[in-house]
Unconditional design. Sequence first.
Length: 254
Amino acid sequence: MAYEPQAPYAIRQFEFDVLIPIELFGVDVSFTTSAQAMLTTTILVSFILIFGMRKGAMVPGRLQSFVETVYTFVARTVVKTAGQEARDAIPFVFTLFIFILFGSLLGLTPVKFTLTSHLIVTLALALLVFAYVNTLALRKSGLGFFQIFLPAGTPLYLAPLLVVIEVISYLFRPITLGVRIFANILAGHIMIKLFADFCVMLIDALGVTGYGVSILPIVMMVVLYGFEVMIFLVQAYIFMLITSLYIRDALHGH
């Protein structure tokens, strides 16, 4: 049988498998490892929130303290960035923050599928933010919302050019928001798995000696895992912060 070379695991880790084949009206809507990871994240987050707050004790336990601390952190960030008028948006931003954070952390467990390392997922989240922010802006300002595309005091002869630039810039918001988190987490995952591939290559090439030599790449993997957790926290925070900025623009204009 001919040998079929495989791509390194650093690349193959982003592939997903079909777990339950499903086709509706000729459209493939199969349940995949990606869907499984999203469902697992949703169940995990729901469990933490429901069981963490079910008692509402005056002296909270560890789980309740964790939930309250995270919610307070998100609430303060939203209010500080977008103002008191944005308080109604706190549950939406909090849900995004905790879903992105836990969905990313889940990829470091045996589940192994990291939602935020797939562009389709991060773009979907960014488009959800875009739809929410535009709905908020139209409710707040009505058709006056479209004035943001023509800055006050713009000379008439420059108006067509500036409107085009502003519209393109505005429409690119979900793309930049989605790509930012995807690119950072993708790079981190590739780096970790490259060291894992390197360990395997050393063992294959050197045999027993390879086990000793591979200690250094393993140490580097441990260090990178620590950095990866930090990246997850930072990227979830940045996504939350930029969403809050967009909400501020929707409520108060540019």
